[in-house]
Design a binder for this molecule. Structure first.
Ligand SMILES: Cc1cc2nc3c(=O)[nH]c(=O)nc-3n(C[C@H](O)[C@H](O)[C@H](O)COP(=O)(O)OP(=O)(O)OC[C@H]3O[C@@H](n4cnc5c(N)ncnc54)[C@H](O)[C@@H]3O)c2cc1C
Length: 420
């Protein structure tokens, strides 16, 4: 059991900084293995998190693997993606796959993250909510303590042999340890808001690959509409750092313009949106180092978002699983040496896919090329189905036609570009 001598020093086998999908699921897995875990989370659940709220079949599978089938069954299900490019539209079902389900979901992060934290609590994880990890205490490079401050301003320390860093995209705690995002890797920037819609129960998520404002001028980025099934829809716009002039873009103006040109069937009042907020998406495993003598970095904190589609929840859950397998060994043997395999494990699982994705997004940063690719692709349902599989990382083992052709084509196209 986590020992609370008093609030000045709390002892656990593993301390997890950040209780989002990465931190809460890692804590849950460790506790199931009999390990004593404490999570420090700066907000109180249920807490909002700026997100599109979309779960691809990959995220659904990762939640199933955590034993959350019942929770997932309550979320609004979607059968695929409706893609728009100019006046062309295609409805693409999620693929039939031997491993992943044929549906995705949309659920608010308040609900999802609360369910994940609840799971971990049921396994015996101790949560310190409304408490911020403010400083690592190092001894010869090894993190001995995590200094914390409660919302009321009370300071105390969490002592442990191992630390999990899952403090999200800004990873302020990680930065204090010297973790850095590699600037040559792509970074996403996105903004989202909620609107009431009669079509909140739609069974497709929707993506707009090229967007124009009400006057017909092209806007940078791509837009989405994700139906929540609770009376509301999540509307957002994403941009990549590989787009020219991306730093000059005012995302609030972009969001306002997009909400005014949504297809009529959503029935949105563009002036009645709420919780309109933006955030960053660190992509392609962009953060270094990924591991220290007695700590590992997960989810957005390690830059795990998929550059092809901006999805981060699946990768938060998956990196948590990969890291916790190693942590279980480390704790049982009281030796962090095994953790040093973590970067290699990440490379084995994501290396080649993320390399291709990073190069691809660099190429599509050229708007004319993106326009041509999207227009050509949109002429063929089969081709776009293959593109959807690749972009959502639902590639069939052994690669089948036309997926294989598309993936090889993407690889060939990106091979022309310089290695990022
Ligand atoms: C606008 C937008 C739309 C997106 N849409 C999607 C989508 O539709 N689907 C998808 O899969 N992904 C989406 N993403 C990405 C997704 O939100 C993230 O990849 C995901 O939340 C990563 O999970 P995480 O656990 O690593 O980090 P987070 O979910 O950010 O969790 C980190 C937690 O750490 C806590 N924390 C931070 N610092 C400290 C500290 N010092 N002490 C204590 N606690 C701390 C935070 O309060 C937070 O609870 C989107 C992102 C944005 C910005």
């Amino acid at each position: 059991m986590t020992q609370k001598h008093d609030k000045t020093d709390v002892v656990a086998d593993v301390v997890v900084v950040g209780g989002g999908p990465a931190g809460a699921s890692a804590a849950c897995r460790l506790a199931r293995a009999g390990i004593d875990v404490a999570v420090v989370e700066k907000k109180r659940y249920p807490r909002e998190k700026t997100c599109g709220d979309g779960l691809t079949p990959r995220s659904v599978k990762a939640l199933w693997d955590l034993g959350m089938r019942e929770e997932v069954s309550r979320y609004h299900q979607v059968r695929g993606l409706r893609a728009y490019c100019g006046d062309r539209m295609l409805e693409l079902d999620w693929p039939d796959h031997p491993v992943f389900p044929r549906y995705g979901c949309v659920v608010t992060r308040a609900e999802l993250d609360n369910a994940l934290a609840d799971r971990a609590k049921k396994e015996g994880v101790v949560f310190f909510e409304e408490t911020e990890a403010i400083e690592p205490v190092l001894d010869d490079g090894v993190m001995r303590k995590v200094r914390c401050r409660t919302k009321q301003g009370e300071d105390f320390s969490l002592s442990s042999n191992f630390v999990v860093m899952a403090d999200g995209s800004l990873s302020r705690f990680g930065r204090r340890l010297g973790n850095q995002r590699q600037k040559r890797y792509p970074l996403g920037m996105a903004i989202r808001g909620y609107y009431k819609s009669a079509r909140h129960n739609d069974d497709f998520i929707e993506s707009h690959l090229s967007i124009r404002d009400a006057q017909g001028a092209a806007l940078p980025g791509y837009g989405w509409v994700f139906p929540e099934g609770d009376g509301s829809i999540n509307v957002g716009i994403g941009l990549l750092s590989t787009f020219r002039h991306w730093k000059d873009v005012n995302t609030s103006h972009l969001m306002d313009a997009f909400s005014r040109v949504l297809p009529d069937y959503w029935g949105v009042d563009p002036d009645a949106g709420w919780s309109i907020r933006g955030g960053k998406l660190p992509m392609g495993m962009s953060v270094r180092p990924r591991v220290g003598p007695n700590w590992v970095v997960l989810g957005d904190a390690v830059g795990a978002v998929n550059p092809f589609n901006g999805e981060g929840i699946a990768y938060a859950l998956e990196t948590a699983e990969l890291a916790s397998d190693l942590l279980v060994h480390a704790v049982r043997n009281d030796n962090g040496a095994v953790l040093q395999r973590y970067p290699e494990v990440l490379d084995d699982v994501y290396g080649s896919y993320y390399r291709t994705a990073r190069l691809f997004v660099r190429l599509i940063g050229e708007p004319r090329l993106m326009d041509v690719l999207a227009r050509v692709g949109m002429r063929s349902q089969r081709l776009m189905e293959a593109v959807l599989r690749i972009m959502a990382n639902l590639i069939t083992p052994g690669l089948r036609d036309p997926e294989e052709k598309v993936y090889k084509l993407v690889e060939k196209v990106v091979a022309i570009g310089p290695e990022p």
